[in-house]
Write a protein that binds this ligand. Structure first.
Ligand SMILES: Nc1nc2c(ncn2[C@@H]2O[C@H](COP(=O)(O)OP(=O)(O)OP(=O)(O)O)[C@@H](O)[C@H]2O)c(=O)[nH]1
Ligand SMILES: [Mg+2]
Ligand SMILES: [Zn+2]
Length: 252
């Protein structure tokens, strides 16, 4: 079950359920943002689905391989597909993917080409014709063309859910998702001297030792503390000291 916290809202909004593969769509242009991709990966990991990064608009980039290499480095064994605009008129190669993981959902910012992809995944005789819209040239922002979620049969089996572009993705209640994103750190954590080690400054930290020895890239740790803190601050605690504090604050 994918859910996301709404901007300004307190509750969670349901995005999709029973999804085997989450296709995280981004473009080889100004939309490409590693920190945002990490949030999508956390969402997919937390829901227990198989995340796949789909890079669209490879035709507009000088070297799409640079985008692909950066995306692939975000999580252990992450699969990442780079799509050429030339795919227009051809089918998105979901065949192998869908045989293993038949139910797919697409997420990503507005204008990255989710609806364009859905149109190439469904059978030509199906009545799927998702409306697509142009993007603003100067910053690659889409215009929120798709406004509702929809489910379509993929030719060859399985189903795909198209979703409206997401503006901001907050992380809350996703501790497991973060642990999977940073699997190298998660694996090392039991070797740290302190059980609640933040891997930032503590002595006897196995993660920092791995960075010093070159076994782990320091880049991998850069955005982790912010994600951990955001998750902690946004996750409601139902019992214990912090939970009680929140209840008291609400009362008075
Ligand atoms: N150059 C190029 N343009 C593409 C590609 N894929 C999609 N587009 C264009 O990108 C624009 C946005 O595509 P959409 O499919 O509407 O994007 P979306 O992600 O569904 O956007 P929202 O519905 O607003 O969330 C359209 O003008 C598409 O024609 C691609 O691979 N290369
Ligand atoms: Mg769309
Ligand atoms: Zn540590």
């Amino acid at each position: 079950m994918f859910q996301r916290r709404q901007e300004g809202g307190r509750g969670q909004q349901l995005v999709a359920v029973n999804v085997d593969t989450l296709l995280i769509v981004t473009s080889c242009n100004a939309d490409f943002n590693l920190a945002r991709l990490e949030r999508y990966l956390i969402m997919a990991n937390q829901a227990g689905s198989n995340p796949v990064i789909v890079l669209t608009k490879a035709d507009t980039a000088e070297d799409a391989g640079v985008f692909q290499a950066q995306a692939e480095a975000l999580q252990r064994d992450l699969s990442c597909h780079c799509l050429e605009w030339a795919l227009r008129g051809r089918r998105f190669p979901v065949g192998a993917l869908v045989r293993r993981w038949p139910d797919v959902a697409l997420v990503g910012s507005s204008g990255v080409g989710k609806s364009t992809l859905v149109n190439t995944m469904t059978a030509p005789e199906s009545d799927t014709n998702q409306k697509t819209g142009t993007i603003r040239e100067y910053d690659a922002q889409g215009r929120h063309t798709t406004t509702a979620r929809s489910l379509h049969a993929i030719s060859g089996g399985g189903f795909v859910i198209n979703t409206p572009g997401i503006r901001t993705l907050y992380s809350s209640d996703v501790t497991d998702g973060i642990d999977t994103l940073f699997a190298e750190t998660t694996d090392l954590a039991p070797l740290c001297r302190f059980r609640d080690c933040t891997h930032a400054h503590e002595p006897g930290c196995a993660v920092q030792a791995a960075v010093s020895s070159g076994a782990l890239l320091a880049d991998r740790l850069e955005r982790r503390p912010a994600l951990v803190t955001e998750n902690r601050d946004r996750t409601p605690v139902v019992s214990g000291l912090r939970g009680n504090k929140i209840v008291r604050k609400k009362k008075y």
